[in-house]
Design a protein around this ligand. Structure first.
Ligand code: UDX
Length: 437
């Protein structure tokens, strides 16, 4: 099929490359010419494992092109909307200007019978509103809402073989046509067993908001348990293992630590609360405020733990922060717990050096006042405390004996509970985990 993908960020760039991999003819469109020229020459504008190789492979087939001109969407039968919906400045609500802008400029390139497919995470009600606009300009075009559930770091795999497809479509013949077209787009993963559900627009939009709210709730639940463990001397990692053995609960997303960040979970739960408020259903989601508060409290708590670890005062203490990205295998520093903690420590008088295998450039743009060092051993040189805040494999593998030779004082705060406390303590380290004795 001939496909256009509007917006070439994390979602769109991966989607465009994966659609070409599935055999379609794809044009990826973005307003940022720098991004377009990088993608066109096979370079991903962000770190995502497997994406550069995939870009090389599909660009060589000639099935994938990139353009900064929306007019190049003309000729495609299916148009995927993949632009961002960040949090509005000073508010909880999502900023819809990119979705609205991309949609209205796409209207000029549509041809009779086209299918427009929204993938961005939007407030419930958006699809119905856009469908009305579409019907006015192009009565025989149809809109579907097909939310994306990809995780950064696994984006290629999650796009090529997702857990499920959700199609939000209108009732009647138009909905059936949109469903048939999407089935053709995704025929390969569908034939390999990916499940597919069709629904109305509102349900499809809510599936995404509900999924991210549930994941955030799981993480904050275990972090709340970590707080209780800390005052009782219990161990949250064993607790998570034990409750996770109940299949109804499951062990995934029960890792206590410095909490969740990134471009999705924090802003999506806030946008969901804001939207529920507009709809008069704010009480239904007040628990998400608590989820958010527990998550933010992890960051201040980590600063306090660090202060205790270095003897009660942060002033002039050399702190090495291991990890800047919001999670490993990503260079994304949006709302990163690691960076937020590093910045708070620095503000309180510590001398902070941040290291990360991929995210230093992005981190420096966001927090230029922090010090950055790409080399792990240099970063921990003469440190009074190490803080492991993003669990890159390199940091999980760090040997306490090697670290001993570099640091000034053997203090380590394991903000993701991924190190072996017995091993670090045996090497003479003062080890502190999150919610562990
Ligand atoms: C998330 C959803 O998983 C994905 O389905 C959705 O499409 C977008 O949002 P992503 O933001 O890539 O994906 O990251 P995810 O792997 O979900 O991790 C989110 C945050 O939670 C990270 O900061 C991670 O470190 C943290 N986390 C995750 C925990 O603190 N504990 C856990 O047990 C799991």
């Amino acid at each position: 099929m001939r496909i256009s993908v509007i917006g070439c960020g994390y979602l769109g760039a991966v989607h465009a490359a994966c659609m070409a991999k599935l055999g379609h003819d794809v044009v990826g469109i973005d307003v940022d010419p720098r991004k377009i020229s990088e993608l066109q020459s096979g370079r991903a504008p962000f770190f995502e494992p497997g994406l550069p190789e995939l870009l090389d492979e599909v660009l060589a087939t000639g099935r994938l092109k990139f353009s900064a001109d929306m007019a190049d969407a003309k000729g495609a039968e299916v148009h995927f909307l993949c632009v961002g919906t960040p949090q509005r400045k000073g508010e909880y609500a999502a900023d819809m200007r990119y979705v609205d802008g991309a949609f209205s400029s796409l209207l000029d390139s549509l041809e009779p019978g086209n299918v427009v497919v929204g993938k961005s995470t939007v407030p419930v009600g958006t699809a119905a509103r856009l469908a009305d606009d579409l019907a006015e300009r192009h009565p025989d075009a149809v809109l579907a809402w097909n939310p994306e559930f990809l995780r950064e770091g696994f984006a290629v795999k999650d796009t090529l073989s997702p857990d499920r497809f959700v199609y939000g479509v209108p009732a009647g013949a138009a909905g059936e046509r949109a469903t048939a077209v999407l089935d053709e787009v995704y025929s390969t993963p569908l034939s390999l067993g990916t499940r597919r559900l069709t629904s109305d627009y509102a349900t499809a939009e809510l599936v995404k908001a509900a999924a991210n709210s549930f994941l955030a709730t799981k993480i904050s639940f275990i972090n709340a348990m970590a707080e209780v463990c800390e005052v009782t001397g219990a161990d949250v990692t064993l607790l998570a293992d034990a409750i996770g053995m109940d299949e109804r609960i499951g062990r995934k997303f029960l890792n206590a630590g410095v909490g969740f960040g990134g471009g999705c979970l924090p802003k999506d739960i806030r946008a969901f609360m804001a939207r529920a408020g507009e709809l008069g259903a704010d009480q239904a989601l007040t628990f998400l405020r608590e989820v958010d508060d527990i998550n933010v409290r992890r960051r201040t708590r980590t600063v306090e733990l660090t202060r205790t670890l270095v003897g009660g005062s942060l002033l002039g203490k050399r702190i090495a922060v291991l990890g800047a990205a919001f999670k490993p295998d990503s260079d994304d520093v949006r709302d990163s717990p690691a960076l937020s903690i590093a910045a708070q420590l620095q503000l309180q008088g510590a001398d902070v050096t941040v290291t990360d295998p991929e995210a230093i450039e992005g981190a420096r743009r966001r927090f230029p006042e922090l010090m950055y060092e790409a080399d792990l051993m240099q970063a921990i040189h003469k440190a009074d405390a190490l803080l492991l805040l993003t669990e890159w494999q390199e940091y999980r593998n760090l040997a306490p004996e090697a670290a001993t030779l570099a640091v000034h004082t053997r203090n380590i705060l394991d903000g993701r509970n991924v190190l072996d406390p017995a091993r670090w303590r045996a090497a003479g380290w003062n080890y502190k985990g999150i919610g562990r004795p």
